[in-house]
Design a protein. Structure first.
Length: 408
């Protein structure tokens, strides 16, 4: 008969409380105490020097007390780790219910778990009832010292994530209020947009140059990495500028034909069901130009199915579809002789079309557009529009005129 391993359990493990247990193995007559060190994310094992289970229980408590220098270990239900994990799980549930974008959870996990500057590196094992503003400031000071290259936006994500962790504890009634976590000041850089008439002359209208260049590449049958450029990229440019959607895999490239419904008469518009937008699910109203794009797409593909994607439907992998669109758009910009925004100092990209769309509404409405409705329709906020768009635009004559208006 095979002899039992000396390291095998001689008795069942007995958990005294979370993070503390006793057990016995064949190699020793004494009970062992297994103690979790939350701040280090590991366990230590110490012999109780006791043969009696009753005495071993008390010995294990004494060992744990000594190991934590006389400070009783934090009960997991009051720990930062517990509520950090709760926040991540809650975020994942929101993503599954399409209330949040997947990037939201990725950002939370990065802010919590990054080995060098994540929140867990400082607050692991800490009692949420004991976390104060000075603890956050000490943490932030250490992060800045180790990583002076981190942008203010990243530091503010850390602040927001800590607050969201503590909100979980507050909602459970564990804490009454959330300590202050001051934001890091950041400089707002202008968002790159394509100049358009009447901001510039018709000869300098970069948006129209793009459209002309897209037609030229399509007519010449130019290929970009083996993929022919067609009028699809021309329609994509118009669609983004007339719909305000983000040219990302979760918005523009996630749209299917069943998500676009023609509505209204004058003006006609599309109701876009943006299911996985950055700010959650929304129904977005487009400008009339987007309706024409949809009609051309369906005319070119008469057998289209409701489940087919609007753009680059032959590529089931939407990341691939997005990359192809980005490459073709780069070729369009090269053809148009456009590379970077002279005011923003940034290179143009597909995303510049969304910025152009919002600016066009602000200018072409002659100051009459309701910014709240525009923000809601575009899946952003009034603050964002003011900071990154309206604040950067000149006051045209019509806007000044409406400023002085006393109503119709």
């Amino acid at each position: 008969m095979k002899r039992p391993s000396p390291n095998a359990l001689a008795d069942e493990i007995e958990t005294l409380r979370p993070g503390l247990a006793i057990y016995r193995i064949n190699a020793s007559p004494y009970w062992q105490a297994r103690i979790r060190i939350p701040s280090e994310g590991r366990y230590v094992v110490r012999s109780t020097k006791e043969r009696s289970k009753i005495k071993a229980r008390q010995a294990a408590e004494d060992l744990a007390f000594d190991l934590f220098n006389g400070v009783k270990p934090v009960v997991r239900e009051f720990s930062f780790d517990y509520y950090a994990d709760r926040l991540i799980k809650f975020g994942q549930t929101q993503v599954e219910m399409r209330e949040r974008n997947a990037n939201y959870v990725r950002t939370i996990k990065l802010c919590i778990e990054n080995a060098e500057w994540g929140l867990r590196s400082k607050f692991r094992g800490k009692d949420v009832r004991e976390i104060k503003t000075r603890h956050y400031q000490e943490f932030l000071g250490g992060v800045r010292e180790r990583r002076p290259d981190l942008k203010p936006s990243t530091l503010n994500h850390l602040s927001a994530t800590l607050r969201n962790v503590l909100k979980q504890a507050r909602d459970d009634g564990v804490i009454d209020s959330i300590p202050s976590t001051p934001r890091t000041p950041q400089k707002d850089n202008p968002r790159s947009r394509f100049d358009f008439f009447p901001l510039v002359s018709k000869e300098d209208d970069a948006y129209q140059k793009l459209l002309r260049a897209a037609k030229v590449l399509a007519q010449e049958g130019v290929e970009v990495r083996g993929v022919p450029v067609t009028l699809e990229i021309y329609d994509l440019i118009i669609f983004v500028v007339h719909s305000f959607v983000r040219p990302t895999t979760t918005e523009l490239f996630a749209l299917r034909h069943k998500d676009a419904v023609v509505a209204g008469d004058k003006p006609r518009r599309l109701l876009l069901n943006v299911r996985t937008g950055k700010t959650g699910r929304r129904v977005s109203n487009t400008m009339e130009g987007a309706v024409s794009v949809l009609e051309r797409i369906r005319h070119r593909n008469p057998e289209v199915r409701p489940s087919d994607y609007l753009f680059f439907p032959n590529y089931e992998n939407r990341t691939t579809a997005g990359r192809i669109a980005a490459r073709q758009f780069k070729a369009v910009m090269d053809q148009a002789g456009i590379a970077s925004d002279p005011e923003a100092g940034e290179k143009y990209s597909l995303y510049s079309l969304r910025h152009t769309a919002i600016c066009m509404r602000l200018i072409n409405s002659k100051g009459k557009v309701d910014i709240f409705s525009l923000a809601r329709n575009a899946g952003t906020s009034v603050e964002q529009i003011d900071r990154f768009y309206a604040h950067q635009l000149p006051m045209t004559g019509d806007v000044v005129k409406n400023l002085h208006s006393f109503g119709e």
